[in-house]
Design a protein around this ligand. Sequence first.
Ligand SMILES: [Zn+2]
Length: 223
Amino acid sequence: MDHTKPLSPLIDLIAKEFPQFYVSVFTNGMSQTIIPAYTQSDVRPFEVCFVPRLQMRGLPALLYYKAEWRALMIAAVDWPEQVFPALTIHELGHALYHRQGRPSATAPPTSDSYIEEEITMHELESLVLNSYSDGGYFQTIDELLRKYRISDTRDLDRLSTSENFLSLDKALRADQTSVAVASILAAQHELAVGMRFIDATEEDHARRLQKKIALYRHLRFGR
Ligand SMILES: [Zn+2]
């Protein structure tokens, strides 16, 4: 793979928007800054908040963007090295869209607009996973699509087995991870496989997006 080529313009935007971080710790529902940002005046620093194991109860996810605090929340679990950057960039993408005031950032979770933003971030995540695995992620997805002779998005459910997800975890060298991290990855894998199939089979841009939105609804809301 050509590692000198930029992966995505969105990653450049994220890097430009969040050049400075400060680190906090989540304690009894509040955040306590432990490492302040040393910023120049024109930079708005971004909060990265770590959640200790004993404080994890009731968290909506192990890694997520908390819009009320405009902060990236990261639970103190063992994150596999190959997947952590991809999961983080996904959440920073949400943070960027929120800062930009995009309607999708505050839209209801079942709306097209919200789902479109999720699709954008999951595609970004796929790109980073593929890059960190030297192309192994997309290669394994393509092998699965061929092996199962997928010809319609309705066939994709057949492919969503724990064995197949494990082969994708292996491509990412993340197959020795905890159940909690594996389930985050499984949610990414099933979407990534479907979106890659749609990209390969639907040429029309608008229809491609509609198919991805329908796929997301099916996977997340069972519709
Ligand atoms: Zn997301």
